[in-house]
Design a binder for this molecule. Structure first.
Ligand SMILES: [Fe+2]
Length: 192
């Protein structure tokens, strides 16, 4: 896919290795990811997520929610006090940008396969593993494979009480972004 779709969010990732890893994984992602909706049923997702380009819309909104959490946790750092941004902001944004890359354009009769998209995404990012320190890669991957919380594929299901804070934030941002009962007005600038 064309990584420019997420250029502004990639630029928000401070750590160079994490940014490079995320960009490379997105580059390796099929082009149809830019076009497909996040959901076809519209059962839970807002209308915008069910249209063409809806998956990109959904991912961008999830990253917007992540920024809300970063502000609430004071993870953005403070240049005046020489406080660097918390590396967990980079890990979470990377995981959110990549969490749904395992979705298919069309499942046909095999819709049950949809449930496994977190595992598919986790396997897709393995290719670029060497760009990152092992610990950081493992954390990004776990945020991706557990992003569906209690709806995570049964073969890898993990008790939500055992989620670390990055896994929890990614799950929450994805969850909030897929709620049609929430109406958020997005500004052009993701930081606004
Ligand atoms: Fe998602």
């Amino acid at each position: 896919m064309n990584i420019r779709v997420f250029q502004d969010i990639l630029e928000q990732i401070h750590n160079q290795q994490i940014r490079q890893f995320t960009a490379k994984c997105l580059e390796d992602t099929p082009d149809y990811i830019e076009k497909i909706p996040a959901s076809t049923t519209g059962k839970y997702h807002p209308l915008e997520a069910t249209k063409e380009g809806g998956l990109v819309w959904h991912i961008r909104l999830a990253c917007w929610y992540a920024n809300m959490f970063f502000n609430a946790f004071q993870w953005n750092g403070d240049p005046k006090k020489n406080i660097e941004p918390d590396i967990r902001t980079d890990i979470i944004l990377s995981a959110l940008l990549l969490h749904d890359i395992g979705k298919k354009a069309d499942y046909g009769k095999n819709f049950w396969e949809y449930k496994n998209h977190p595992i598919v995404a986790g396997n897709m990012i393995e290719k670029n593993k060497s760009i990152l320190p092992e610990k950081v890669f493992t954390l990004i991957k776990s945020c991706i494979i557990y992003h569906m919380g209690p709806w995570t594929p049964p073969s890898i299901l993990k008790d939500i009480n055992n989620y670390n804070i990055c896994e929890l934030v990614v799950y929450q941002c994805d969850y909030l972004s897929s709620q049609k009962t929430l109406k958020v007005i997005l500004c052009d600038n993701i930081n606004c």
